[in-house]
Every structure is written in structure tokens, then in C-alpha cells.
Design a protein around this ligand. Structure first.
Ligand SMILES: Cc1ncc(COP(=O)(O)O)c(C=O)c1O
Length: 383
């Protein structure tokens, strides 16, 4: 019997045909299909501009780099995230400052961000953990207009905030980043994107994506107009998303609402089945928000079950159910402890959350039989 993984892509014949059309054409690196994907991401989020990139980490890196912030300043993000959100701050020579989370939503709060503000803070990266929109509007109120906000929406394409604003619209933020890794809501194999409403940031991001080089004569600093001439104006990177990947991303994007609908159906089944289990808390969706539910994270009191998480995970695995833990607090990682002096105990809510967190299988391709198998396995271990 196959083990049900905690997350998995869903590729169909339409996706395969879209990719093979690009492969049969002349241009396989970034080209018109990537532009089509950018236009479609603008349409879905409501943002004015979009650049697609090699992955979500590259998107975070470029978003911070495009702000051209002074080295030695600080950037705040959640400690309950994949390390890429914090690494992006460090890549640009800023000091990552980690904020604690709300015990119910597992996201940073306006207060936890406020606690970490200093005269050196230049950027805040709230993470829409598991798909649940973080309170960006209230974070903007707390940080004012001068500090930049980059939303990490790697988990949240298709999520909608409390006032009906789609995540990625950048209504209160400067930029939003997405990831199209295979376990995410839609995939392009690997891939990422940044949305923004700022023309200036958009143009800088486009140049940074291709080595800091421009080929547009109107942007040249030097008076050359030879046909081969190009100029490197910034220290850029090669973060292009190929048309091969973009074709998959575009095809997947057309199924976004179907994928989210199925995810939410599974979440509803789990919530119903686990409602009365002792020592297990189901995830909370804040009132009025719409979560795309990238992850289904339960809180289990393993001690009360006379178990440990390791034992629980291994028992689940014996019942052919995979699971995962999101996330080890960023400040616990040796690099962060060594470089920035973080210690265990620094962010107690995140640490208490981590001790009980477990992500159960959630992906649209799951059959009802798979869902029932997960429910049986978890219920039997929580008695
Ligand atoms: C919250 C968060 N931010 C950023 C990333 C980085 O995305 P990618 O894996 O596409 O580089 C991830 C990926 O796991 C993530 O979960």
C-alpha cells in the first residue's frame, strides 16, 4: 500500500500538452509564455505588475534587493516560516529580526511586529502561513509608511483577506512573493513570482532578474546605440523562469479555484472528523478571511497522549500516512543562533506551537478514500 504524502502536485494531460507545445517551439527560455503567466497573475491578484522568477527564494531575494536598503539595517519576519523568508533579509546585508506568532493563526501580529521595531527597521516580511492571510493592513498601521512591506505568500495564492482583497494585490504592501514549488497550491516545477503596484520596483526587478542588464536604448546611461550594445546597471542575477516552466504554471493557474475548492472540502472533512478528539486542535480560519489552505496543521498534545511526536509520526507512517512539521523556528537553526545570537526560549509562542505542530496530508489529488484513511489513522492514535 502506498504512503499518502503530506503534499503532492496534480499534473494532468492539459499540463503536459502545454509544456510539450513550448518544447516543440523555438524559444524555451523566458519568453512570451512567461509574460502570459505574469499577465494572468496580475489578473488573479489585482496587482498592476508581476515578474515571474526561478523560485520563491529568488523572488524573496530580488524583492529585498530591489529596495536597495542600507547594509546593517534590520528586516523583521516570522520565526514560523521556511528559512528563505529570513535568508532574503540576510542576503542583502541586513540583520534578520524574528517576531513571535499568534497562538491561533500561527502568523505574526501587529503587536509582535511592533515589539521588534527599531530605528534600524527598514522592511517587514509577514508570511501568510498555511494560506491564512496575515493582518497586513494592521501591520502597515503599526509600521507607518516609510518601512517597506513584502508579503511572503508562498502558501497563499488564491487566499483573500478580510476586506475581500486577494492576497498579492499589494494594497498595503510594496510587493508580494509567491512560490510554485510542487507542494504549493499550483506548481511550475520550480518557480516564483513577485507582484507590485510600483512601476519603479517592477522595472528594477526586471533588470535584476537578468544580470542587472538592460537592452533598452531608452534606459542607457552611455550614448551608444550599436545593435549589440547592452548595459549592466545593477548587480543582478539570473533568476529567469523558462517558458517550459511558465507553460506548466499557466496551465495550473487555470485550475486554481478547483484546486482550492478541493483543498477546502478535505479541510472540512478533517475538521468534522477531528472536532471531538481529545488532545488535538484543528486549525482556525480567522473570521471573514478565505484561506487557500496550503497546509492542514493540527496541534497535538503528544505528552497528554503518552506519546512523542516522533513516535506519533512513526505510527502514522506504519498506517501509510505521511506527515511533516512546519516549521522548526528559524531562530533555532544553528546558522541563525551562531550569526545573530538567537537562543531557545527567545520566541516562546512559536516554540510552544512548534512542540505540538503536525501537518497532515492535504492536496487536491487526494481521493475520499485517502482522506478516510488519514482520518482513521489519526483518530486511532488520538484515543
Ligand atoms: C513561506 C515560504 N517562503 C518561501 C519559500 C521559498 O519558495 P521556493 O521553495 O520556491 O524557493 C517557501 C517554500 O517552501 C515557503 O514555504
Amino acid at each position: 500500500m502506498k504512503t499518502i504524502p503530506y503534499g503532492c502536485q496534480w499534473i494532468d494531460g492539459k499540463d503536459i500538452r502545454a509544456v510539450s507545445r513550448v518544447l516543440k517551439g523555438e524559444l524555451i527560455t523566458q519568453g512570451p509564455v512567461a509574460e502570459q503567466l505574469e499577465r494572468q497573475l496580475c489578473r488573479i491578484t489585482g496587482a498592476k505588475y508581476c515578474v515571474v522568477l526561478a523560485n520563491g527564494t529568488a523572488a524573496l531575494h530580488l524583492a529585498v534587493a530591489a529596495l536597495d536598503l542600507e547594509k546593517g539595517c534590520e528586516g523583521i519576519t516570522s520565526t514560523n516560516t521556511f528559512v528563505a523568508s529570513a535568508n532574503a533579509i540576510a542576503y542583502s546585508g541586513l540583520t534578520p529580526v524574528l517576531a513571535d506568532i499568534d497562538p491561533d493563526t500561527f502568523n505574526v501580529t501587529p503587536e509582535s511586529v511592533k515589539n521588534k521595531l527599531s530605528r534600524l527597521t527598514r522592511v517587514v516580511i509577514p508570511v501568510h502561513f498555511a494560506g491564512q492571510p496575515a493582518p497586513v493592513k494592521d501591520i502597515r498601521k503599526v509600521v507607518g509608511d516609510k518601512i517597506k512591506i513584502i508579503e511572503d505568500a508562498a502558501h497563499a495564492i488564491g487566499s483573500v483577506d478580510a476586506d475581500g482583497t486577494p492576497v498579492g494585490a499589494c494594497k498595503w504592501s510594496d510587493m508580494t512573493i509567491f512560490s510554485f514549488h510542487p507542494v504549493k497550491t499550483i506548481t511550475s516545477g520550480e518557480g516564483g513570482a513577485i507582484t507590485t503596484n510600483s512601476r519603479e520596483l517592477y522595472e528594477r526587478l526586471r533588470v535584476l532578474r537578468v544580470g542587472g542588464i538592460t537592452r533598452n536604448p531608452r534606459e542607457f546611461v552611455s550614448p551608444f546605440d550599436d545593435p549589440w550594445y547592452y548595459e549592466m546597471q545593477y548587480l543582478g542575477f539570473n533568476y529567469r523562469l523558462t517558458d517550459i516552466h511558465s507553460a506548466l504554471g499557466l496551465s495550473q493557474l487555470s485550475k486554481l479555484s478547483r484546486f482550492i475548492k478541493r483543498r477546502r472540502e478535505i479541510v472540512a472533512k478533517y475538521n468534522r472528523a477531528f472536532r471531538d478528539l481529545p488532545h488535538l486542535k484543528t486549525p482556525l480560519e480567522r473570521p471573514n478571511v478565505f484561506s487557500a489552505f496550503h497546509l492542514y496543521v493540527v496541534q497535538i498534545d503528544f505528552k497528554a497522549l503518552n506519546s512523542s511526536r516522533k513516535q506519533f509520526v512513526s505510527e502514522l507512517f506504519k498506517k501509510n500516512v505521511g506527515s511533516q512539521v512546519h516549521y522548526i523556528p528559524v531562530h533555532w537553526h544553528p546558522y541563525y543562533a551562531r550569526t545573530y545570537g538567537f537562543k531557545r526560549g527567545d520566541l516562546p509562542v512559536s516554540e510552544a506551537y512548534y512542540a505540538k505542530a503536525l501537518s497532515l496530508p492535504l492536496y487536491p489529488k487526494m481521493t475520499n478514500a485517502d482522506v478516510a484513511q488519514v482520518i482513521r489513522a489519526v483518530s486511532s492514535l488520538c484515543k
